[in-house]
Design a protein around this ligand. Structure first.
Ligand SMILES: [Zn+2]
Ligand SMILES: [Zn+2]
Length: 140
């Protein structure tokens, strides 16, 4: 008969080691998710364009808009004046995100060319450039 104390001590310490290891893995994964979220938040701030940016993001924003063509998108008031409607029936394709504009989704049509898109998609687009994503007609 082996002494029961020695056997149980050994397995307890292995179990503790395993528990510590899996806790570490969970912690690392959590840290990675937090880091990714922070990265995404920084990127969406760059897209928004009118919030105060950290220095590095401002450099990215300048580099992306290019020195030759300064950003000439519409402001929020001009975008809000464009016609907006709730999509009904057959789905059209949104050329910005390439997804379907489904029944019941809020869509926005450009008055000149009547091309329609998801409202949030075309809003973000028009903040950067005042032309239709499909045919490049000026939208107002
Ligand atoms: Zn879209
Ligand atoms: Zn168009």
């Amino acid at each position: 008969m082996p002494p029961p104390a020695a056997g149980s001590d050994g397995s307890v310490s292995v179990a503790l080691e395993l528990a510590a290891l899996s806790a570490l893995v969970v912690l690392l994964r959590y840290a990675a998710v937090l880091y990714a979220n922070r990265l995404l938040a920084t990127l969406s701030v760059v897209d928004d364009g009118d919030l105060p940016l950290p220095a590095s993001a401002a450099v990215v924003s300048r580099a992306r808009s290019g020195a030759a063509s300064p950003p000439t998108g519409l402001d929020d008031a001009a975008i809000a004046r464009l016609p907006c409607f709730v999509s009904r029936g057959a789905a059209a394709e949104c050329a910005v995100c390439l997804g379907a504009v489904g029944d019941g989704q809020t869509a926005r049509a450009l008055p000149r060319c009547t091309h329609a898109f998801h409202a949030p998609c075309v809003n973000a687009w028009l903040r950067l450039r005042p032309t239709c994503p499909v045919c490049r007609a000026t939208c107002c």
